[in-house]
Design a binder for this molecule. Structure first.
Ligand SMILES: *[C@@H]1O[C@H](CO)[C@@H](O)[C@H](O)[C@H]1NC(C)=O
Length: 350
């Protein structure tokens, strides 16, 4: 049954084929035309997509020069071995900047003394520790940027050198800041910077230096805080750091909170939000992105980092920032890895 059925069908096809020939070729022409039009549309769409992708390439796949991680060793002291582990983790993910936030209100964690008075508390890095970190970083092609936090977050300075401080220094409940009008201040800071940045000093290999400048309440006795603060940054600190052949980075606050006209020679690291970031970029500063909602340990997730858009030519890169707390584990930092992996991919255009 099946067989004869099939034969019948075949025969009927053959018989009817002649009468359908003209119909068929018309259909073929229409189909071919539709196919061609569709093919052309597909080719045009593919070409357009490729061109659009090409246009986005410099942004989407850009390799940023500044690919950083900031560690705060002032609020929490980490053994040198943990810092070396962090450097290895950074290098494995092609991060190339270790921003060492070793001074803050709570402690100045690198060995230093002034006027024969040591600023250090119980735990600090000796100069040998610093040189170990510096040489390990150099061998991994990681730049070390030391941060000397000033003039805010300065309680630790006030505990040791009260004459340069305004407010009541209290490392447990910080509120003091440097008194920019104190005649003792600039000589002390000049010595501090020379002791760390001059040739063959601990951070002489660092080409860039971070000088803080976040959250300054301008509480020193003054009639014009803004001009005093501007002069301190533009006319004292910037040339001082430059005299060692280095450039200066500060946080965004002096520009976005105090509305100071800082020199364009400063690189600005933005820690607050997207509106401050736009404002800094619109003013034309070289910019490092560390917006707290996305780049701070505690808020950062691999998704937030990989979806972050870094789309302005003034952005030299970004930093994952870890402001630590006394309760943090000083040894096991393996939990940082997913965020470091995401930052490495993002900033290397992978
Ligand atoms: C450092 O010593 C000099 C000379 O004794 C003194 O005048 C100055 O006040 C001291 N500086 C600080 C910050 O204590």
């Amino acid at each position: 049954m099946l067989k004869s059925n099939k034969m019948y069908t075949d025969e009927s096809l053959v018989n009817s084929s002649a009468s359908q020939k003209t119909n068929c070729s018309k259909k073929t022409i229409i189909l071919t035309t539709i196919c061609s039009v569709v093919s052309i549309i597909i080719v045009v769409v593919v070409l357009c997509c490729t061109l659009i992708n090409k246009k986005q390439d410099p942004i989407v796949n850009k390799i940023f020069t500044h690919r950083g991680f900031m560690l705060d060793t002032s609020r929490k002291f980490f053994p040198v071995s943990t810092i070396l582990t962090l450097l290895d983790m950074m290098a494995a993910n092609k991060l190339n900047v270790f921003h060492w936030h070793f001074s803050d209100a709570q402690s100045f964690s690198v060995q230093w003394s002034y006027n024969s008075t040591s600023i250090n508390g119980a735990q600090f890095y000796s100069l040998a520790d610093v040189s170990q970190v510096m040489s390990q970083a150099a061998s991994l092609n990681i730049e070390v940027i030391p941060e000397f936090e000033m003039p805010g977050h300065s309680d630790i300075f006030g505990v040791k050198f009260p004459s340069i401080i305004s407010g009541t220094p209290n490392v447990n409940n910080p509120e003091a800041e440097m008194n920019l009008k104190s005649p003792d201040l600039q000589p002390m800071i000049s010595t501090l910077l020379s002791d760390f940045l001059a040739a063959s000093k601990p951070f002489s290999a660092s080409k860039r230096v971070h000088l803080g400048a976040d959250e300054v309440a301008m509480i020193w006795p003054d009639t014009d805080h803004k001009s005093t603060y501007t002069a301190f940054e533009n006319d004292f600190l910037l040339p001082k750091v430059k005299s060692f052949g280095k450039t200066t980075i500060v946080w965004n606050d002096p520009i976005t909170s105090q509305q100071l006209l800082l020199s364009k020679e400063f690189t600005i690291q933005v820690w607050t939000g997207k509106s401050e970031l736009s404002s800094i970029l619109s003013k034309g500063y070289k910019t490092i992105v560390s917006t707290s909602q996305e780049w701070y340990i505690g808020n950062a997730t691999p998704d937030k980092i990989s979806n972050y858009v870094l789309d302005n030519s003034k952005i030299i890169g970004a930093e994952v920032v870890w402001f630590t707390s006394p309760g943090d584990d000083p040894v096991d930092i393996s939990w940082l890895e997913p965020v470091i992996v995401a930052a490495g991919k993002k900033l290397n255009g992978l």
